[in-house]
Design a protein. Structure first.
Lengths: 539, 352
């Protein structure tokens, strides 16, 4: 009976999931609300553009991230060549580069009279270089920027899958007389399929909700459509409806992958049967090829944007000097710290509540609430504002209390709450995957040794999951440091972070001024990544 | 009010319909008694232990421990408040602590000042010295099982529940640990229920044995009686130590089998003369005698170290096991004839 499962953990978990689910419910429920005239205009004019561009962007990014991510993961997992240990962790530094900063760098380098022009001029003297320097703007620019900033998801997950593939599997291929190429396509790649799919799913969600780079390149996608519907035409319902389409789109992708996978199993958790792989030592031109591939990816994904931002910071020192670095740093770290603490502690409580109550209802509510990750940040922010306004107008007014809008809108609290909703799935799923490794009989052993549920939580689970907590904390920190649309919408007046400062300069076409805050953003994110690279690569 | 140390009163145990064991009643009379539960895999033996430990709820009936009700339809004392320790069959050591830290969890639980083992003693007795600093993923399943047993023993519970405690332990340690375990449980007066599928282990360790078959406790008695006086055909089949052959009761102390002739012995239950019965014939009931005129064909011979077990075929194609000491000089090959001493005398005759 469900009511017998209700205890303090159950209630806490239920409330947390409910809070996270509110904006999602708002998006779904407002689907049938009346829209403005803008809706029909959009339907007749831009809607197909939005859909087509989103689809094209998605296909482009997925293809490129697949090739780069899986390619790098395969090379560093199965081969030994000079620098392989360096590339194993260096390739994840791309996580520190948000797509919009990559977009600024790409434009700055290849634009007319940009950095590429300056280099050629310094090397070869004056010339009409602009005519043959390629231009990466519009759709191509967006695909490249997003791909190089997101391929890390595919790389990390695929590499972990390759890493845990047993040598037995490789030997099985040899035993069946497969060539190395055939082994790759018939055994290695298919057995890493869930990991690749998980990585690509994350890439798909991030791509469809990307705002910074597509708006910088002036590309009309569903996300920019949502933003315009709300900002330009004040049509929240249409914004929600477009989000709904976006969600359906993402859901369809998940279902397609699950359906095609059927009942195939990809993991054989054999404790004694696992044999670690001995990588193949590459020599001669093959070694150079492997090195070159990894180096080019590392250079393009990390070194290139860092150098571009560094170059501008050095040649335009005024912008750097004018920047209030301490304040921006403090603001960024404040948001990271408060959000991480809130997210991790509540995600922990929710997971533990689910674990001890074993309630199907609670499990379903949690599963529903974590889908917030698929909703673009813009929509979450808008839905949150809508909900607070509704609460203020209907409930608070009715009770004749003071308005609550200033507490939640344009405040640190409101901003952190929307971060909480946006990144809850990251925290919740991260802790959940840690919990999956703890056999339930461990809890039972603890009870039988006289530990209460609370003590089991504090003495057994938290120490066991401390590495997972650290990793999740850092992943959330990186996401928050890079996060743009929610911060832009929800931040208090005159409250800036490195991300918003960079965006504001870039949106005013002052790319050189955006360089210093971008550089600091990359620096902080890189420190976080380096700090936990060991765990990121392991998990 | 119960007067037994543990009383299970008409309890139905069920984690699922498949593992349901209904209407179980059994008592452990004195503190320090050790009983064993035997039964095939998946029958619900573990469910019984989990329910006594408080990890599952009873469907009906009552469980009393030290005169206090701990489980019933309405009362459920939480596992952490029962002072009952359960050592799981599978490795359930805390994965982020090494072996010695895991073991110390058990010692920390023991708040009594009664005589108990020291950590060093238990480590030595269970041969864990070489793995104390290792983590659970670095040790074998048998070692993990012994570490788990150590943790449970050190917690000095009111009731110790051991689920197949030595199933993964190497054969060379197994007998030694059985001996020491029995001694320790006895010395420390730790009341224990052991679940096992190994009848020899059960007969050795338990002062009583319960046989669980087809969702019911079919027999609960001391090991000698369980072996020699099984109370049902199912128990005979489960113990798999003898066979049932058809016979006709011909007198107060005699039966007649078409192939073996007259069989004499003491009936443990009265059957009227002329009754057709199934007689339990155990391997040690028949004696080898080359001079006998009752010759049966050898169809199989198993060497078991101290003895052979011959399987003999009768004229009516019954397959009968016969136990012979391995030092016996007359070895018989398959297809040879094997003499059986006549008349056949069985100490106690069990029929169904």
């Amino acid at each position: 009976m469900e009511f017998k499962k209700i205890n303090i953990w159950y209630i806490s978990s239920f409330l947390i999931s409910l809070i996270v689910a509110i904006p999602i419910i708002t998006v779904f429920t407002s689907f049938f609300d009346a829209t403005s005239n803008y809706s029909s205009i959009i339907k007749d004019t831009f809607l197909y553009d939005y859909i087509f561009n989103s689809l094209f962007l998605l296909i482009g990014v997925l293809t490129l991230t697949f090739v780069i991510g899986v390619g790098c993961a395969y090379i560093v997992s199965f081969y030994k060549f000079p620098g392989v240990n360096f590339f194993k962790w260096a390739l994840i530094l791309s996580f520190a580069i948000p797509a919009y900063i990559y977009a600024y760098s790409l434009t700055a380098f290849f634009e007319n009279f940009g950095t590429a022009f300056s280099i050629l001029k310094n090397l070869f003297g004056e010339g009409n270089y602009n005519s043959f320097i390629p231009k990466f703007d519009g759709m191509l620019g967006a695909i490249i920027s997003i791909s190089f900033s997101l391929f890390g998801y595919v790389y990390v997950l695929t590499r972990a899958s390759f890493h845990y593939q047993s040598q037995n599997l490789i030997e099985l291929g040899k035993n069946l007389g497969f060539s190395r190429r055939k082994s790759f396509f018939k055994i290695i790649l298919p057995s890493a399929r869930p990991a690749i799919a998980a990585g690509l799913s994350l890439v798909a969600m991030e791509t469809l909700s990307d705002f910074g780079s597509v708006s910088f390149f002036g590309l009309s996608t569903l996300t920019t459509g949502i933003y315009n519907a709300w900002i330009s035409f004040d049509d929240l319902t249409l914004a929600n409806r477009l989000s709904f389409y976006l969600l359906i789109f993402i859901l369809g992708l998940f279902m397609l992958e699950n359906f095609s996978r059927k009942k195939a199993q990809y993991h054989s958790p054999t404790k004694g049967g696992f044999k670690s792989k001995s990588p193949i030592i590459l020599k001669g031109h093959k070694s150079y090829l492997a090195f070159s591939f990894c180096f080019v990816v590392f250079f393009l994904s990390f070194i290139f944007p860092v150098l571009q931002m560094l170059y501008w910071t050095i040649i335009f020192p005024k912008h750097f000097i004018d920047l209030n670095i301490l304040e921006l740093f403090f603001n960024t770290i404040l948001l990271v710290f408060v959000s991480c603490c809130l997210l991790i502690s509540l995600a922990f409580i929710s997971n533990y509540g689910n674990r001890v109550s074993k309630s199907k209802i609670l499990e379903s509510l949690t599963a529903f609430s974590v889908s917030g990750y698929a909703i673009p940040g813009i929509i979450l922010a808008v839905a949150f504002i809508t909900f607070i306004s509704w609460l203020d107008n209907r409930i608070i007014n009715f009770l004749e209390l003071d308005t609550i809008k200033p507490i939640f809108i344009g405040s640190i609290l409101g901003l952190v709450l929307v971060y909480f909703i946006r990144f809850y799935s990251l925290a919740c799923n991260g802790i959940k995957s840690g919990y999956l490794k703890i056999n339930y009989s461990i809890d039972e052993s603890s009870y039988l040794l006289g530990y209460s549920k609370f003590k089991t939580f504090t003495k057994i689970h938290i120490p066991y999951l401390k590495n997972s907590i650290l990793l999740i904390g850092v992943l959330i920190a990186i996401e928050i440091i890079k996060e743009l649309p929610i911060t832009l919408i929800m931040r208090p007046f005159n409250f800036e972070t490195f991300a918003t400062t960079a965006y504001i300069f870039a949106s005013q076409d002052l790319l050189e001024a955006a360089a210093a805050p971008s550089l600091f953003l990359i620096l902080i994110a890189s420190v976080f990544i380096l700090f936990t690279s060991k765990y990121i690569l392991k998990d | 009010m119960s007067v037994n140390f543990l009383e299970i009163n008409n309890v139905t145990f069920a984690a699922s319909e498949k593992n349901k064991v209904s209407n179980v009643s059994l008592n452990i009379e004195n503190e320090g008694d050790v009983i064993c539960l035997l039964g095939p895999s998946g029958i619900g033996k573990t469910t019984i232990l989990r329910t006594i430990a408080g990890l599952e709820k009873v469907q009906s009936g009552k469980i009393f421990l030290k005169n206090k009700i701990i489980s019933s339809k309405d009362i459920h004392i939480e596992p952490e408040k029962r002072n009952i320790s359960l050592s799981f069959q599978d490795n359930c050591l805390f994965p982020h602590y090494n072996v010695i830290e895991n073991i110390k969890f058990g010692a920390a639980r023991n708040k009594t000042k009664e005589k108990n083992l020291t950590i060093e003693e238990v480590v030595k007795f269970l041969h864990l010295e070489h793995i104390v600093d290792k983590f659970p993923h670095e040790i074998s399943s048998g070692e993990a099982q012994r570490a788990s047993l150590a943790r449970s023993l050190l917690s000095k519970p009111d009731l110790l529940l051991l689920d197949e405690p030595l199933s993964n332990v190497d054969q060379n340690f197994k007998e030694e640990i059985q001996v020491k375990l029995k001694k320790i449980l006895n010395e420390l007066k730790i009341t224990t229920i052991i679940v096992t599928h190994d009848s020899y282990e059960a007969f050795y360790l338990g002062s009583k044995c319960g046989i669980i078959l087809n969702g019911q406790l079919r027999q609960y008695d001391d090991p000698y009686n369980v072996y020699h006086f099984p109370n049902s055909v199912e128990v005979v089949n489960f113990l798999n130590r003898g066979i049932l052959i058809p016979a006709k009761v011909t007198g107060e102390n005699t039966l007649e089998n078409n192939d073996l002739g007259t069989i004499k012995g003491n009936f443990i239950k009265h059957y009227p003369k002329g009754s057709d019965v199934q007689l339990l014939l155990q391997p040690e009931d028949l004696e080898h005698d080359d001079k006998s005129n009752l010759k049966l064909e050898v169809v199989d011979r198993k060497f078991r170290g101290t003895n052979f077990i011959y399987t003999l075929k009768t004229l009516s194609n019954l397959l009968i096991p016969v136990f012979v000491h391995s030092h016996h000089i007359h070895q018989h090959e398959v297809d040879e004839k094997f003499g059986i001493k006549r008349p056949i005398n069985i100490d106690h005759i069990v029929c169904f």
